[in-house]
Design a protein around this ligand. Structure first.
Ligand SMILES: [Zn+2]
Length: 433
């Protein structure tokens, strides 16, 4: 995928403009000049035209939870391959987790990631580790890491088990303003679990991970956020109990936000009956009652963001028996199509709701300026076609890994790519006239 330089004055014609903040969902056109939106619904005779055939143009999507694997695990993903997957999936930016080797726990590596990402028009926001080497023993230099460009902190993949350290991390988040992103998991309760603990795990003979593992840490960390006043963001909420804790915190006005992942909204432990290791991730696929609760929560506005937890793994770590396989699935190139087809087209949520959950919702959590479809705004836009039919085929993806449970799914609504500044990047090649 080669990014394409846009003409200086470009009229995007025949588009569906969707902007949640302005409450817009209407056909129209958009004029962009030298990387800035200059007018809506206009006819600029002297502009180059791109007829988008009814595609949606909306504020650029941010996936605030991805694993880019570099440095250390470049056979699974690199910053560049992750950026291409993001562009193909309709994301203008991603925030990458620190479980690399070495971990993102010092300023030099945070700066290196930002610089490494600069040659491609997808912004990569590093999330630095809470503890050194994510070992849970000693806090990182959070203020210095924040100054170097870390927008948030997490030991994702792991949880900060030491309650006193988590308390201090949240206190630091008041100094930096950067949220603590919580992978809520009690490892003693998880034990050797490889799927959700339920009747299905018993039947399959696989060790289970109880809801309690997530619920207890979620409640603990909400209590710590209340006590310290620090900003807490709950990653990949998967249980009805964790959702309840999140919504209770929101009701009480605590500095707590949460995200949900497409796979937890669409799949349950029943998918594991296939023994397909692409159904293995943390937190695990839960039960139907959890899935339905998450959907209701999304409808009520419980979540600030939909995030994929894009977790690429090479073939060898997934083509093994289920209980030995690595945890995690890829998500960047399926998220938009899944949510559009299964929740917007079915009117569970509106197009504007989806756009908010993918764009300005996560931006708010990360403290980034909002993007909108208004004149004078720098171009950072997602383009997708709401009616394009496709079948998920991981072999066609730009990510280096293939571990998705959605292979073969027929979807309507497909990402085309992104406009960022004066560049286009995406699956589709624009046709300028
Ligand atoms: Zn996690």
């Amino acid at each position: 995928m080669k990014p394409i330089q846009l003409p200086d004055k470009l009229l995007l014609k025949n588009v569906r403009l969707v902007d949640a903040e302005q409450n817009i969902d209407q056909p129209g056109s958009l004029l962009i000049e030298s990387g800035v939106i200059t007018a809506l619904n206009t006819d600029a005779d002297d502009a180059t035209v791109w007829d988008l055939d009814g595609a949606v143009v909306c504020p650029g999507f941010v996936d605030m939870h991805v694993h880019l694997r570099e440095p250390g695990f470049e056979d699974a993903e690199t910053i560049k391959s992750g950026q291409k997957a993001a562009a193909a999936g309709g994301f203008t930016a991603v925030a990458c987790m620190p479980n690399t080797n070495p971990a993102l726990d010092h300023a030099g590596i945070v700066r290196w990631i930002i610089e490494e990402a600069e040659s491609f028009p997808i912004t990569v926001y590093p999330i630095a580790a809470i503890t050194k080497n994510r070992a849970g023993l000693e806090l990182t230099e959070m203020v210095e890491l924040h100054r170097a460009g870390a927008l948030a902190f997490s030991d994702d993949g792991g949880c900060v088990e030491n309650t006193e350290l988590m308390r201090r991390a949240l206190e630091y988040s008041k100094l930096t303003g950067a949220p603590i992103i919580d992978h809520a998991e009690d490892f003693k309760l998880t034990g050797a679990g490889s799927m959700h603990e339920s009747a299905v795990s018993t039947r399959l003979g696989l060790p289970g991970i109880p809801r309690l593992s997530e619920d207890i840490m979620t409640v603990r960390d909400v209590m710590l956020a209340e006590y310290t006043g620090g900003k807490l963001h709950l990653a990949h909420v998967s249980t009805k109990g964790a959702l309840e804790a999140l919504e209770d915190a929101l009701k009480r006005g605590l500095p707590v936000t949460g995200e949900v992942s497409p796979h937890h909204l669409l799949l349950t432990d029943k998918a594991v009956e296939s023994f397909d290791t692409s159904t293995k991730m943390k937190p695990p696929l839960r039960e139907e009652e959890d899935r339905l609760a998450l959907i209701e929560g999304m409808k009520r506005g419980a979540f600030a963001a939909i995030a994929t937890d894009h977790a690429p793994h090479p073939y060898e770590t997934k083509e093994v028996p289920f209980d030995e396989a690595a945890f995690g699935i890829i998500g960047l190139e399926t998220a938009l199509g899944l949510i559009w087809d299964r929740f917007v087209r079915t009117k569970v949520i509106s197009a504007a709701d989806m756009v908010r959950l993918f764009s300005n919702g996560p931006r708010q959590v990360l403290g980034l300026p909002e993007v909108s479809l208004t004149a004078g705004t720098p171009v950072e836009l997602t383009v997708f076609h709401p009616d394009e039919k496709w079948v998920v085929n991981a072999k066609e993806f730009y990510t280096k890994s293939r571990n998705t449970p959605f292979n073969g799914w027929e979807l309507i609504g497909r990402p085309w790519g992104i406009l960022k500044g004066s560049m286009w990047a995406g699956r589709v090649t624009p046709s300028f006239k």
